[in-house]
Design a protein around this ligand. Structure first.
Ligand SMILES: [Fe+2]
Length: 203
């Protein structure tokens, strides 16, 4: 079993067209605002829901049992959809919730764990589309996530983030069930907590 709780994928992705898709559709951030209202740790964030979880009847709202595409996912965000389709093609698994998150400059997501049964069977990834942010996990030195980088992190470990630099950050956050991505990682790295070089860490 892999020990990895934070993993930076080796490839840097070309995110220019994905960034344009988001900048052209900024108004969608004000369409659904329950996430920042319901979760105190997320109060500074804004979200576009590309694939939205469907809660099960009589269960807490974060116990999503299904998922559905928003009607603007394929039409307004074709490059982002293409990236995600390719991810599944390469690494396998089932794509679940997909969100675009905006976190304004110098604001933070407070320390938290992503709660609920839903997350027990999903891996959580971030693709950084614009700007940069400090990302912290309990037990590790904080690191910096930058444009074009794809990261996995174990969201059952306490984590937080803060936008730094000079622009509001965008990231695509997505959950995958039964992905084989760890098979593409060497045994040596799978047996460590992270593959992040010391030089990428903030002391
Ligand atoms: Fe989280």
């Amino acid at each position: 079993m892999s020990k990895l709780i934070l993993y930076k994928f080796p490839k840097t992705y070309d995110i220019q067209q994905m960034k344009k898709e988001i900048e052209d559709n900024e108004d969608l951030f004000s369409l659904i605002t329950n996430r920042q209202k319901e979760y105190h740790s997320q109060r500074n964030t804004q979200t576009i829901f590309l694939r939205k979880g469907i809660p099960e009847k009589d269960k807490p709202v974060y116990e999503w049992q299904g998922v559905e595409d928003s009607d603007y996912y394929a039409t307004k965000f074709p490059t982002i959809k293409n990236f995600l389709d390719e991810f599944i093609e390469i690494f396998g698994g089932n794509l679940h919730r997909v969100l675009i998150i905006k976190l304004p400059l110098n604001l933070r997501v407070d320390e938290h764990i992503d709660t609920g049964q839903y997350y027990q069977t999903k891996d959580r990834f971030h693709l950084v589309i614009r700007g940069k942010y400090m990302y912290g996990m309990k037990g590790l030195s904080p690191v910096i996530f930058k444009e074009g980088e794809l990261w996995f992190f174990e969201n059952q470990v306490i984590h937080w983030s803060k936008t730094i630099g000079d622009i509001d950050r965008y990231a695509i956050i997505f959950d995958v069930e039964n992905s084989n991505w760890r098979e593409f990682v060497s045994d040596e790295i799978n047996n460590k907590l992270t593959n992040v070089p010391e030089t990428d860490m903030i002391k």
